[in-house]
Design a protein around this ligand. Structure first.
Ligand code: GLN
Length: 485
């Protein structure tokens, strides 16, 4: 029995029945990482010793009959989550040597639940990108086709799950960075409602958009992880203080009568025919299960990418001001004075995309331009949110493709940032509106590249999103498909 092919649910059952141990499962994953990491490059740091001691502790808990659903399950974290004593780089030279003195709330909660952390996943530097090519360290390759990108910015996390290097991983999503790589790598990716999960200790990119969530092999696994990480955190003033529902309780409820909104603006001419074909088939499956398809309209969709790249870069320019060579990480040695040290450190520490965004953000926030750009973008953001409020009056979830195309070739979009920015055209509005969204595998191109179906829900209604995705997953016929590596 290859333990690395199991879902969290399946492995957890085996652990509970003592058919295997966490140490055994952890060793199986470490072996798998050794075997395929040379091809996939999904990790920045692997921590075998820490993982094995967490596994031993988990086995003790399980032996005492005290395990939670995640106890003993080997997972990985995007290298954006601070981990006490373990280097946290955000895939940036700026933080190459940064060892946090504390855990992100998510890391702490997962550890408390007994999960085993195998290591830290590669990503686009400071989560800026859609292909993981912006990592300062190395590129991650798509396990389905090694000449293609895994998506981004949580590309390492998605690739690691697809390549069976961990049972699940944690990513972050500012404009699509959980859902889009999930779609590219044929795994499930869930972005919860803004504020549902604490951002404490998660290195900030755009604070009003960033949200953490799981990448998993099944929707059920996503629900299991959400259960463990959701909830109010006194350390994050934007986390929402309402009770966490039982996400597994409603998962198997029928979708009969569920209204699925199909936004006119997302099914447009010029769309990739293979993507459109797969999504239409997925919608037929949901219909055959008793869901009702209704047309909805999100009239401000065309402004989403522009609004996002104003809001996100503005917030990034402010958040990244802290990397000045004094407080964290890198400091260049040969500086002639304080100002020169700031400049040299930031020049040496940040990659091109990060610099581009800091410049864009600084520009749109500067006196004289603020009203024309940042303020205007914030106003249009409200209109985009209002569109969703209006649409959700006539439906329970909204279905769209996750990405306009399947995984593209390495290098294909690097020279053309605008084309790269369009990779998130279907995922960005969800972050601007703060609502939850999931990507679930929904077919393959002729070249055997995964395609994802995106389901968006009402604010704080992860339950319905998960239920619809789970129903589709069980009937869609793609569950358990794996790349051969
Ligand atoms: N690709 C988008 C960007 O480059 C989204 C990134 C993200 O969600 N972190 O900003």
């Amino acid at each position: 029995m290859d333990l690395t092919t199991l879902t969290i649910k399946e492995l957890s059952e085996k652990l509970r029945k003592k058919e295997t141990s966490s140490v055994e499962a952890t060793k199986a994953y470490l072996k798998r990482i050794e075997a395929v990491e040379g091809k996939v490059h999904a990790f920045v740091t692997v921590t075998p010793d820490e993982a094995l001691s967490m596994a031993e502790a988990a086995d003790k808990r399980l032996a005492a009959g005290q395990g939670a659903p995640l106890t003993g399950i080997p997972i990985a974290l995007k290298d954006i989550f601070c981990t006490r004593g373990v280097r946290t780089t955000c895939s940036s030279k700026m933080l190459e040597g940064f060892v946090p003195p504390y855990d992100a709330t998510i890391a702490r909660k997962l550890k408390e639940a007994g999960a085993v952390i195998l290591g830290k996943n590669n990503m686009d530097e400071f989560a800026m990108g859609s292909s993981t090519e912006n990592s300062a360290f190395h590129k991650t390759l798509n396990p389905w086709a090694l000449d293609r990108v895994p998506g981004g910015s949580s590309g390492g996390s998605a690739a690691a799950v697809a390549a069976l290097e961990c049972a699940a991983s944690m990513g972050t999503d500012t404009g699509g960075s959980i859902r889009q790589p999930a779609s590219c790598c044929g795994v499930v990716g869930l972005k919860p409602t803004y504020g549902r999960v604490s951002r404490f200790g998660m290195i900030a990119f755009a604070s009003s958009l960033d949200q953490a969530g799981p990448l998993t092999r099944s929707v059920e696994d996503a629900a299991i992880i959400l259960q463990a990480i959701a909830g109010h955190d006194p350390s994050d003033s934007t986390s929402i203080d309402t009770p966490v529902p039982d996400y597994l309780a409603s998962l198997n409820k029928s979708v009969k009568g569920l209204k699925i909104g199909i936004p006119r603006e997302y099914f447009i001419e010029g769309m990739d025919p293979e993507v459109e074909g797969s999504i239409r088939k997925a919608l037929d499956v949901l219909k055959s299960l008793g869901a009702e398809l209704v047309e909805v309209t999100l009239p401000h969709t065309q402004y989403a990418v522009a609004v996002y790249y104003l809001v996100a870069t503005a917030e990034a320019s402010s958040n990244l001001a802290r990397y000045d060579g004094v407080k964290y990480g890198l400091r260049t040695k040969e500086a002639g004075g304080l100002l020169d040290m700031y400049k040299r450190t930031r020049d040496a520490g940040f990659g091109d995309e990060v610099k581009r965004r800091i410049m864009l953000g600084t520009y749109s926030l500067s006196a004289g331009y603020y009203d024309a750009y940042y303020k205007k973008a914030s106003q249009v953001r409200t209109l985009i949110k209002n569109d969703f409020d209006e649409a959700f009056k006539s439906c329970d979830v909204i279905a769209t493709p996750t990405a306009p195309s399947a995984a593209f070739k390495i290098g294909e979009r690097v020279e053309d940032p605008l084309t790269m920015y369009l990779s998130d055209i279907f995922t960005i509005s969800c972050n601007l509106a703060g609502i939850p969204g999931i990507s679930v595998p929904a077919g393959f191109t002729k070249e055997n590249l995964p395609i994802g179906l995106q389901l968006l829900g009402k604010s704080m209604d992860e339950e319905t999103v998960l239920r619809a995705a789970h129903a589709y997953e069980l009937s869609g016929g793609w569950l358990g498909r794996r790349p051969t590596l």
